[in-house]
Design a protein around this ligand. Structure first.
Ligand SMILES: [Fe+2]
Length: 261
């Protein structure tokens, strides 16, 4: 009798447990866990705008992920939508209500009072980043052609020598700064670097002239993907140089601008 009671009790217990289990399954909502492969949604560069002011945010000529795998999408997004727009906003605030508001960025930079650190940093940041985005494009790299190629061969000896010199300038720039390819006042191409957001248009720089190519070596330009390996980022940058855009800048820079009366 006891055995029969025990058997029936076991059956009842098994039924109750199974029912609870079924109810539990019905109540549970399966939420997929994020995987490491999933990427956070990206913003749209067209949505980025500077606050009202004399200078506007330049349009990014490609999507945030267009420079992959050489420069990752997140780095481009943060660089453009946080750092670059920050320089534009701070420049506009610094020059609001002053004579500088009516000047071009080239005029502001070439006549800059180097002691005016706010304008120096932010006018430089605005100009330098515009150039940086402009002279890169997806699936570019290679070597220049035409007059620019001839000038590089004439002034550096070869494209490889130019590449070595730019790489060295970018690698050896201590801390934050930029490496440049510049047309100097005699029309010659030269390579050099400047610290922080300084650039070759500013007075009393170690390299002087019109920049036609700028390489940002601030850590914000590469740290997410390359960490401390700046040389790897510099190597990757050469795969993105839009030599057609650099050539247009070369043509404009070597053509003397008529003096303003
Ligand atoms: Fe930057």
């Amino acid at each position: 009798m006891k055995k029969t009671q025990l058997f029936i009790s076991s059956l009842v217990l098994a039924f109750v447990l199974q029912s609870c289990n079924k109810e539990k399954k019905l109540d549970e909502v399966q939420v997929p866990l994020p995987t490491t492969e999933e990427k956070a949604p990206m913003g749209n560069p067209d949505d980025v705008a500077a606050e009202p002011g004399a200078f506007k945010m330049m349009k990014l000529p490609y999507a945030y992920d267009a420079l992959e795998p050489h420069i990752d999408a997140k780095t481009v997004e943060i660089h453009y939508s946080k750092h670059h727009v920050g320089y534009v906003n701070n420049l506009n605030k610094a020059i609001a209500g002053t004579e500088l508001e009516k000047q071009t960025i080239e005029e502001i930079l070439s006549k800059l009072d180097l002691e005016n650190k706010v304008v120096r940093n932010n006018a430089g940041g605005y100009y330098n980043h515009n150039l940086y985005w402009e002279i890169m494009a997806p699936k570019k790299g290679g070597e220049p052609t035409g007059a620019l190629a001839e000038a590089i061969n004439k002034d550096f000896g070869s494209f490889e020598t130019f590449k070595t010199q730019l790489t060295e300038a970018a690698t050896k720039q201590f801390g934050s700064g930029w490496a440049w390819l510049v047309v100097d006042k005699t029309g010659k191409l030269v390579v050099g670097s400047t610290p922080n957001q300084d650039n070759p248009l500013m007075p009393n720089m170690s390299i002087s002239g019109t920049p036609i190519l700028g390489l940002d070596v601030w850590e914000h330009a590469y740290y997410l993907k390359y960490q401390n390996k700046r040389p790897d980022y510099i190597t990757a940058f050469f795969n993105l140089i839009n030599w057609d855009a650099v050539a247009k800048k070369y043509e404009a820079a070597k053509t003397p601008v008529p003096a303003v009366k």
